[in-house]
Design a protein around this ligand. Structure first.
Ligand code: ADP
Ligand code: MG
Length: 346
């Protein structure tokens, strides 16, 4: 988000990193055409031409295809782990279709299917319904409620296999809010990027304030500050999928309840970003188009492929702009709060 500074300037600040089931790469590939069309209908051809092209589904498929290729078995499939009731299937299909265009076949299965019909051979090659699997792509498994005991066992089987995992457990954990808070500690980037002070400075400039709530003085102080200024902080548990963060009065109540308990260490505290609102029109099924005060949030898709300790691919493959009315603190597109949008460079 663009943080509005006291002097009127703006700086891009990172909200978070997602390393599992990052969605809307497929639909974001289609929205430039929608906005160009609308502008063309209005006779604004010059403006229409300024909408940036964007094709994350192609880039995400390229990353999965690279992993498939490294696995090295011409008939192996990509296994997409899907939810039982998936509302966002067309977003996923865009990636599947890009893979099919490269002659890579995708099979969609649930965790339950894996536990019933998945198996490993003696070389830990993964088979699903008799078909060898080269890459497992998770579009499920990022919330505790996604894991019954049976599903945990399925995840363990997938993890133990020699199929490429997008992501493996370690990479999924690296995306937790706790890890992001630890990365922002002074000296940490310097350890990870030795001899690259410019890169460290550029990265650090995107960090908002992030605070550990571990037991001890540092955590105590963060809690005191947040209770004194509830509008300046966000309380975040280790959860994904939107709707879990606490703001304002709710945050204060949670902090009062948690402050003497070790449970508080399972949360982090974050400085609240305040972007400059602007007027825009949010279009939703079932409600009339209306102009509202909005803020936007820019997402950048990246693909990262690693073989052992060798970095094979680390690329930016597109973007996602989500816009929401200012009255909503939390929540994305899937939660029904934000809408898919396009950046309009000026
Ligand atoms: P999740 O992993 O559940 O999506 P996020 O940390 O991305 O959780 O937060 C969800 C949403 O809440 C974000 O997309 C953003 O709109 C809002 N949000 C999160 N952190 C902040 C913050 N520090 N300042 C302002 N808004 C925030
Ligand atoms: Mg997230």
């Amino acid at each position: 988000m663009f943080q509005r500074n006291a002097d009127g300037s703006a700086a891009l600040k990172q909200i978070e990193i997602n390393t599992i089931s990052a969605s809307f790469g497929g639909l974001a590939s289609r929205t430039p055409a929608v906005h160009r069309h609308v502008l063309n209908v209005l006779g604004k051809t010059k403006e229409a031409a300024k909408i940036l092209s964007n094709n994350p589904s192609k880039g995400l498929a390229m990353g999965i295809a690279k992993a498939w290729e490294l696995y090295g078995s011409a008939n192996a499939r990509v296994l997409l782990i899907a939810q039982e009731k998936e509302r966002n299937i067309f977003d996923q299909r865009a990636i599947e279709n890009e893979l099919l265009a490269r002659n890579i076949h995708v099979i969609r299965r649930k965790f339950e299917d894996v536990s019933e019909k998945g198996s490993l051979d003696q070389d830990r090659r993964l088979f699903m319904d008799g078909q060898e699997v080269a890459v497992v792509y998770f579009r499920d498994g990022y919330m505790p409620s996604h894991y019954s005991l049976q599903n945990w066992e399925a995840r363990l089987l997938l993890e133990r296999s020699c199929a490429v995992k997008c992501p493996d457990v370690a990479t999924q954990l690296a995306g937790t809010k706790k890890v992001q808070q630890e990365l922002s500690r002074s000296g940490m980037l310097e350890v990870l990027l030795p001899g690259q002070p410019e890169a460290v400075a550029r990265l650090r400039a995107t960090f908002a304030g992030l605070y550990s709530l571990d037991m001890g003085e540092e955590g105590d102080q963060a809690i005191t500050e947040a209770i004194a200024a509830p509008n300046c902080f966000v309380l975040k548990p280790q959860r994904e999928g939107g709707g879990n963060n606490l703001y304002g009065e709710e945050m204060v109540q949670a902090l009062e309840r948690l402050k003497d308990s070790e449970e508080r260490a399972s949360y982090i505290l974050m400085e609240k970003i305040e972007p400059e609102p602007f007027e825009n029109c949010l279009l939703r099924p079932g409600s009339p188009a209306r102009v509202a005060q909005c803020i936007s949030e820019l997402g950048i898709f990246g693909v990262y492929v690693r073989q052992g300790k060798t970095l094979v691919m680390n690329k930016h493959v597109g973007h996602l702009l989500r816009t929401k009315a200012i009255e909503h603190a939390d929540g994305g597109v899937a939660a029904g709060v934000a809408v898919l949008d396009n950046p309009y460079p000026v």
